[in-house]
Structures are given as structure tokens and as C-alpha cells.
Design a protein around this ligand. Structure first.
Ligand code: NAP
Ligand code: F7E
Length: 323
């Protein structure tokens, strides 16, 4: 029997890589897409004949229930979220509604239609916030943004549906993961895209905020494999997904500019608009449980990740120039 998967947030970075992975594995893959006035399906356009897309929104439970009833998925990957930490300070209520309550709605919809399926909840290292690294599954949460607070709420709701209703719900506590498909506002992609534009002569400066922040950056394409593995386990649990390595934003900029032979110090300037009211200084994951129980281990580390992202942004910028 062909397995069926439903992905919320299918048009996002992770949704696109996960769709590819599940299609490769022979799944029938369904995705929920928001109706927007301009196209939001670029990341999955190449899969459009294989993917089955449905309009929906995690703020509308009646639609979620209908889709679950019609599709009858074996696995639900709940990735939909307002995922920009800085933006969550400007839109805290909206972030809570989508990133927090969205999880309750999807779980309650599954319960109400009495669907026997496995659920992945996209939890985040941001929940650790100010707790000192290395962070693992037992590290206390100390959220430092409305986004992190919403994800912490969603994490506990996921745990509660597991404990109260016996549902198979796994939390993937993912540390930052990036790729050439990363949204332009996140610091890695902002840097690699700027490097390509500066190299091509379109821009002369890049404005950034806190260069001292430490992150554990991995490659999104590898991280979606861990999502799938969590739903193949014998029992549901919570897993940290990370590389265990630490770099600053400054390190990332140095590698990205260095890849095209430029010195980052000539181009990067400070702009306090990119500072956050409360910052997360250092996130470094300890993925030992995930390695031991799921056999997952990251391969691509920051220097290679920065290079492959710059490489793809150079290709994009050069293709635009040729048009
Ligand atoms: P992303 O690129 O920002 O994608 C978010 C997805 O959610 C998009 O498809 C977006 O649709 C969709 N969405 C937003 N609001 C929605 C709504 N109201 N109803 C339905 N869909 C909605 O995020 P990502 O990097 O792929 O991350 C996937 C998940 O993992 C998110 O929950 C994120 O918070 C979490 N996470 C990410 C990281 C990371 O480093 N990437 C780390 C830990 C956890 P549009 O395309 O229409 O905007
Ligand atoms: O910031 C600093 C910024 O926005 C990383 C999301 O996927 O990962 C992501 O959240 C660091 C922060 O990611 C700029 O202050 C400096 O310390 O790329 P980011 P994030 O906030 O870590 C987690 C795990 C998620 O779950 C989230 O959904 O970089 N920084 N200058 C900057 N950040 C941005 N965006 N822009 C700057 O100019």
C-alpha cells in the first residue's frame, strides 16, 4: 500500500526538501498552500505534477478537518509557521496564532476526525533561548521572543496530545538549518545573496546586526531526513537535530565573502535595525540521542554550507543578469 503524507508549510524551505524526499520514497504527497495574490509555490514548482496541493491555512480548523478526512494521511508533517524571529517582535499576536495555536488546531483536527496517523511537530532550538549550550533534550526552555514562546507552547501541546490521547506525535527540536532555498531575511541567505550581488557589481555594502551571535548551522536537505526517521521509530519521542558545531555570524560572513576572494570587512556595515529586543546569544546542539536512536548524523558543516549557498546565489544573480 502506498503511504500518504500531508505537509503543512509545504511551500517553505523544509517543505520543499521533505516533499522531494517523500516522493523519492514512493509516498503520495499532499501539501497545504495558502492562497496569496502573488505566487508562493516557487520552491515546489518543479514537483507540481507529482505533488497534490490543496488550499488551506492553519488558522482554519474546519478546512484542516475536511482535508484530513479526504486525504486520510498516514503521516502529517506540521511545518507551517511564522518562522521569522525578528518579525515575531513586530507581530507577536499573529505569530502566536499561527506558530502556537496552529499546532493545537492540527492536532485537535486529527483527534476530532479520529485519524490514526503519526505527526511531526517542527519544534525549534529557539525554545532554549538563554539556556547555556550545549543544549539537549533535557535542557530547560527559556524563550527569548514571541516566536520562541509560541514554539514552546506548541512543543508542550504536542507532548500533551501524546500523553493525554495516546497519539504518535514527535517533536523535532531543530537547530538552524539553511540551504539555497532559505528565505532571504535569514542571516545566512541574506549574506550569501549579498556576496553574489556585490561580486556581480550590483551592491557595495551589506548591513547586518549582531555579528557575535553563535549558531549551530546545518544543511536543510539533511535535516528533513531526521523528520522522516522520527515518524518511523517504534515510539514517539523528542529529538534534538543539530551538527554540534558553533560559528558566529561573523565567521559565516568571513567564509561567504572569502569564497569569492573578498574580505568581508570591506563590505559589512552595522545597522541597529537588525538587533532584537532580546537576543539568543548561543545555540549549540547536542544531537547524541538522535544519533543513537535514529542513526542520523549531519555531514555538511558551516564552511561547506556557506560555499554551496554562495555558489547557487552566484548562479541566480548571473542568470538574472543574462535575462
Ligand atoms: P519557512 O521557509 O518560513 O516556511 C514556513 C511555511 O509555513 C511556508 O510554507 C509558509 O507559507 C507556511 N505558512 C505560514 N503561515 C501559514 C498559515 N497561516 N497557514 C498555512 N501555512 C502557513 O520555514 P522553514 O525554514 O521551512 O521551517 C519549517 C518549520 O520548521 C517552521 O515551523 C519553522 O518555524 C521550523 N523551524 C525551522 C528552523 C530552520 O532553521 N529553518 C529551525 C527550527 C524550526 P508561505 O510560503 O505561503 O509563506
Ligand atoms: O538569525 C543575527 C540574529 O534570523 C541568526 C529561524 O529559522 O532559526 C532561525 O532563527 C542570528 C541572530 O535566524 C542579522 O540576531 C545579525 O542572532 O538567521 P536568523 P534565527 O533567529 O536563529 C531558528 C532555529 C528558528 O526556529 C527560526 O524559525 O543572526 N543577525 N544580523 C541577523 N539576523 C538576521 N535575520 N538579519 C541580520 O541582518
Amino acid at each position: 500500500m502506498t503511504k500518504k503524507a500531508l505537509i503543512t508549510g509545504v511551500t517553505g524551505q523544509d517543505g520543499s526538501y521533505l516533499s522531494e524526499l517523500l516522493l523519492e520514497k514512493g509516498y503520495e504527497v499532499h501539501g497545504i498552500v495558502r492562497r496569496t495574490s502573488t505566487s508562493n509555490i516557487e520552491r515546489v514548482a518543479h514537483l507540481s505534477t507529482a505533488l497534490r496541493l490543496h488550499y488551506g491555512d492553519v488558522t482554519e480548523v474546519s478546512r484542516l478537518m475536511l482535508l484530513l478526512q479526504q486525504i486520510q494521511p498516514d503521516e502529517v508533517y506540521h511545518l507551517a509557521s511564522q518562522s521569522d524571529v525578528r518579525a515575531s517582535f513586530d507581530q507577536p499576536e499573529f505569530t502566536g496564532e499561527v506558530t502556537g495555536m496552529g499546532t493545537t488546531r492540527i492536532l485537535e483536527a486529527i483527534r476530532l476526525v479520529d485519524l490514526d496517523c503519526r505527526v511531526y511537530q517542527a519544534s525549534s532550538s529557539e525554545m532554549f533561548g538563554a539556556s547555556l549550550p550545549p543544549q539537549n533534550e533535557s535542557t530547560p526552555f527559556w524563550p527569548r521572543s514571541p516566536y520562541a514562546a509560541a514554539k514552546t507552547y506548541a512543543y508542550w501541546v504536542a507532548r500533551n496530545y501524546r500523553e493525554a490521547h495516546g497519539m504518535f506525535v514527535a517533536n523535532g527540536i531543530m537547530f538552524n538549518h539553511e540551504s539555497p532555498r532559505r528565505g532571504m531575511t535569514f542571516v545566512t541567505r541574506k549574506i550569501t545573496h549579498a556576496v553574489a550581488r556585490i561580486k556581480a557589481g550590483y551592491d557595495r555594502k551589506l548591513y547586518l546586526g549582531n555579528l557575535d551571535a553563535v549558531r549551530d548551522w546545518g544543511y536543510a536537505k539533511e535535516y528533513v531526513e531526521a523528520m522522516w526517521l522520527m515518524l518511523q521509530a517504534d515510539k514517539p519521542s523528542d529529538y534534538v537535530v543539530a551538527t554540534g558545531t558553533a560559528y558566529t555570524v561573523r565567521d559565516f560572513a568571513e567564509h561567504a565573502f572569502g569564497y569569492v576572494g573578498l574580505d568581508w570587512r570591506e563590505f559589512v556595515r552595522f545597522d541597529d535595525r537588525y538587533l532584537r529586543p532580546t537576543e539568543v546569544d548561543s545555540l549549540i546542539g547536542d544531537p547524541s540521542k538522535t544519533a543513537a536512536e535514529l542513526g542520523w548524523k549531519s555531514k555538511v558543516l558551516m564552511p561547506e554550507l556557506a560555499s554551496l549557498m554562495v555558489e547557487e546565489d552566484l548562479r541566480i544573480v548571473n542568470a538574472q543578469r543574462a535575462e
